[in-house]
Structure formats: structure tokens, C-alpha cells
Design a protein around this ligand. Structure first.
Ligand SMILES: C[S@@+](CC[C@H](N)C(=O)[O-])C[C@H]1O[C@@H](n2cnc3c(N)ncnc32)[C@H](O)[C@@H]1O
Length: 282
């Protein structure tokens, strides 16, 4: 039996094989996230704070509670603890350069009549991706256009942060060009708050991307970055197929740098832009 000390309370980190496999199934069912057999350190480090907060002795006690309860707060806490929310402003610069130089200018040209652009940031986490897109669009001088960026995520808690639009100095230091910081943010004590230029363009909604996507409407651009890596092949296939159904003709899909549609959904074609590639379908 292993014991670790967290704050003043010591927590038994042992977990039975039966409970490990219960958690694997449970997390997969509720989020699509696959927990490999050798990831007990991940379960322990993410779930220990919940064990402590709920005055439970061990992870096995937490599993007992999860099996018995119908109460949603603890269930949600467990699922949210297992999501990885790492993100930053302008993550993967070649992606934003390709958008700025090629994809958005072509989209703007094609949309001269409707003057309406809809973008989906699936797995938006704390919102940096959605706000980066909003800044990029606003820099293109689209006054009078109807610009909508929808950010969705499974994790409600992280979406509260996205909606608040308030970031630590260290978060804006990661990837944000200084000229954008002064133009689109205001100081809020030690933090930075998005200003009213960004707010009307970006909205957030809790959404499990394994659900049917039709209700979200159609999009001119979809970013689904750094989330498919957590899913199994069947789930990736289902999501990629659904995404095709919400892409407007000519729309692009952008995945994370470690993700591809290749050998998963061959209805997509790669479109190469400088140092990066996006996906389209006919
Ligand atoms: C690593 S972040 C990616 C953030 C951003 N797209 C980026 O690339 O910087 C992954 C996000 O996927 C979300 N996520 C995990 N499973 C999900 C699901 N089934 N539906 C919607 N979002 C999910 C997590 O909550 C997390 O915020």
C-alpha cells in the first residue's frame, strides 16, 4: 500500500484492479477519454484532490461512492479532473499564419455577399484559441460583418474561465503578440481582461463533441485541436464524420499537430499551407 501526504491529510493511493477498470469504463463512457492500463499515476494525481476534498479515505472509497451515487456534482468533478486543459494563445504559430495569409482572406472574399462568418473552436478549454481567432478576424478590418466564434468543451469549470475572459500575466505571456495585448485586453489588478471588442464575437457552450453536431449549425472553419488524441479509433471516426456534416462547402478543418484524418476518415483531403496542413472535403 502506498501513502502520500497532501497538505495535512495523508491519502492512501492504492486502487484495486477492479476499481481501476471501473474508472477506465466510467471515464470512457462519460467523456470518450481512454485511460490506458499503465496510467495509474494519472488517476492518482488527478483524483487524489477529490478524495481529500470529499473527506474520503482512499481512491477505492471514491469508486464505491461513484458506483452508488446518482449525485452529479461528484461525477462531474471526476470527469473534469481527467480532462487535460493545456492551451495557449496563438498555439502553433504556422496555423495562425496560414489562417491570416491564405485561408481567412479567401473566406472573406467568398463571403462578400452574406458578410457572415461562423467558426467553431471544439474543445475550447479556457478560451485562448477562440479569442486568438477573434483577434485575427478583427485585424482584417471586417466592420459591419456578422462574426461568430463558438467555443465548446465538455468541462464546465474551464468554460467558466473562458467566458470570464480573464487571464494571468503568465498566460498572456505565452504566445500573445504585445500589440494585441494592448489593443484587446485591459488590466484587471494583476490579470488581463478581454475588452468589449472581443466579447460580442465569442461565445461558449458546454457540449460533448461525441453528441450529434447538427444542433450547432454550420461552420466556415472548424478547429478540433489536441483532443482527438485522447479518444479511441471508433470515437475519432464518429466525430470526424459528424464534423464533415457541419462544414459549409469549402470550409477547412484544423486538427492538432499530432493529429490526422489519415486512415481514420478518408473522405477528407489535406490542404497544405506553408508549414502546416488543414483538411477539406468535397
Ligand atoms: C488539450 S485541450 C485543447 C485545447 C485547444 N483546442 C488547444 O488545442 O489548445 C483538450 C480539451 O478537450 C476537452 N474535451 C475532452 N473530452 C471532450 C469531449 N468529449 N467533448 C468536448 N470536449 C472534450 C477537455 O475538457 C479539454 O479542455
Amino acid at each position: 500500500m502506498q501513502t502520500v501526504v497532501t497538505g495535512a491529510v495523508s491519502v492512501d493511493t492504492a486502487i484495486s484492479a477492479d476499481n481501476y477498470s471501473f474508472l477506465q469504463t466510467y471515464i470512457h463512457q462519460e467523456s470518450g477519454i481512454v485511460i490506458d492500463p499503465n496510467k495509474s499515476y494519472l488517476l492518482v494525481s488527478r483524483l487524489q484532490p477529490i478524495v481529500k476534498e470529499n473527506s474520503l479515505g482512499t481512491l477505492n472509497d471514491l469508486c464505491r461512492l461513484l458506483r452508488a451515487t446518482t449525485a452529479t456534482p461528484i461525477k462531474r468533478q471526476v470527469i473534469e479532473a481527467l480532462t487535460t486543459n493545456e492551451t495557449l494563445f496563438f498555439r502553433d504559430m504556422p496555423v495562425f499564419e496560414a489562417l491570416q495569409k491564405e485561408v481567412l482572406p479567401a473566406m472573406i472574399k467568398a463571403k462578400q455577399e452574406s458578410k457572415r462568418i461562423r467558426i467553431w473552436s471544439a474543445a475550447a478549454s479556457s478560451g485562448q484559441e477562440a479569442y486568438s481567432l477573434a483577434m485575427l478576424l478583427l485585424e482584417m478590418g471586417l466592420s459591419g460583418w456578422n462574426l461568430q466564434i463558438l467555443g465548446t468543451d465538455l468541462n464546465r469549470q474551464i468554460l467558466d474561465k473562458a467566458t470570464a475572459g480573464k487571464y494571468l500575466q503568465i498566460e498572456v505571456n505565452r504566445g500573445m503578440p504585445a500589440k494585441y495585448l494592448v489593443k484587446y485586453f485591459t488590466r484587471a489588478g494583476l490579470d488581463w481582461q478581454i475588452n468589449d471588442r472581443l466579447r460580442p464575437i465569442v461565445s461558449f457552450q458546454q457540449f460533448d463533441m461525441r453528441s450529434p453536431l447538427r444542433a450547432l449549425g454550420k461552420f466556415d472553419l472548424v478547429l478540433c485541436r489536441n483532443v482527438l488524441i485522447y479518444f479511441d479509433l471508433e470515437t475519432k471516426k464518429k466525430i470526424l464524420k459528424e464534423i464533415r456534416g457541419v462544414m459549409e462547402p469549402g470550409a477547412h478543418l484544423i486538427l492538432g499537430t499530432a493529429e490526422t484524418t489519415l486512415n481514420i476518415d478518408d473522405a477528407y483531403q489535406r490542404a497544405v499551407f506553408g508549414g502546416t496542413s488543414f483538411y477539406t472535403h468535397t
